[in-house]
Design a protein around this ligand. Structure first.
Ligand code: ZN
Length: 285
């Protein structure tokens, strides 16, 4: 199933994709949670109802609604650095022995087709296509053998980065957390439709030019390693988003660096999921 958060004149709701349209889950069953975190949290109880809804005719064509990030405000977003060998090499680093974690603030989330801001304070704006894992029931101390069951589904994401801010201090969080710099979506594809998440082609295009082209089989620490490690420290909660690392080809590694400019179109696509498309726009006043 493909689950969405969408909005129209009647407000924001959750839905499930049917053909080229969306089934409004608030219409399908008025008892269903109205937001994605609630839906994920209650998934064992509501799954069968949502599956039935997915087989109905759509209430509205996708083109007639606005897709939001599938989890518009996750309680946390964790992201791993230096997690594809070619990206490690282009960054001039050694393959890490430990997972390198940072967070992106939930306020950085934006929709799959919304603009990403070129900040007033920097021109070093960069893209990072990433597979995003969305946590299901969550928990603490989730062993690798159980990690697959801890994932609700997957999205395509862009770990948009302000490079000079990332590296002007040892902590990366500010450079990774500018408003609009965590677009993901366009939907959550549930794990049963993805199968093995470590066989997915991952690509990023800027104005149609392919910049990143890899496969999740090249992850240094795979998705399940990541969940095991994170949950040693923190309780993973329904709807938490995990950005699983970016392959080589980022703008910072080009000579000279190829920073994103106002008007650039960034398209991040992942096999069996789909694509998000975000245009760079100057930060407003
Ligand atoms: Zn990243």
């Amino acid at each position: 199933m493909k689950l969405v958060t969408f909005s129209d004149a009647r407000g924001q709701r959750v839905g499930v994709i049917s053909g080229e349209g969306v089934v409004d889950l608030s219409r399908a069953d008025s008892d269903l949670p109205r937001d994605m975190i609630g839906l994920i949290a209650e998934w064992p109880r509501v799954r069968a109802v949502v599956e039935r809804a997915a087989s109905r005719a759509a209430d509205a064509p996708l083109k007639s609604v606005k897709l939001r990030a599938p989890v518009p405000r996750p309680r946390k977003i964790m992201a791993i650095g230096l997690n594809y060998a070619d990206h490690v090499a282009e960054s001039g680093m050694k393959t890490p022995e430990q997972q390198i974690w940072f967070s992106k603030m939930p306020s950085a989330v934006t929709g799959p087709y919304d603009p990403i801001q070129l900040p007033k304070v920097s021109t070093a704006l960069d893209y990072e296509v990433e597979l995003v894992a969305v946590v299901g029931q969550g928990g603490r101390h989730i062993g690798k053998a159980n990690a697959e069951d801890a994932v609700f589904g997957y999205c395509a994401g862009n770990d948009v980065t302000v490079r000079d801010w990332q590296f002007k201090t040892p902590q990366w969080v500010l450079g990774k957390s500018f408003d609009t710099h965590a677009p993901f979506g366009p939907w959550i594809v549930t794990t049963d439709e993805i199968g093995d998440p470590h066989t997915l082609g991952v690509r990023c295009f800027v104005n149609g030019e392919k910049r990143q082209d890899s496969n999740t089989k090249h992850l240094v620490f795979n998705v399940f390693d990541q969940i095991e490690e994170l949950s040693k420290a923190m309780t993973l909660e329904p709807g938490d988003a995990i950005f699983t690392g970016t392959p080589g080809g980022v703008g910072a590694a080009m000579k000279p660096p190829a920073w994103l400019k106002a008007g650039d179109e960034v398209r991040c696509e992942i096999d069996r999921i789909g694509e998000i498309v975000n245009v760079v726009a100057p930060e407003g006043n």
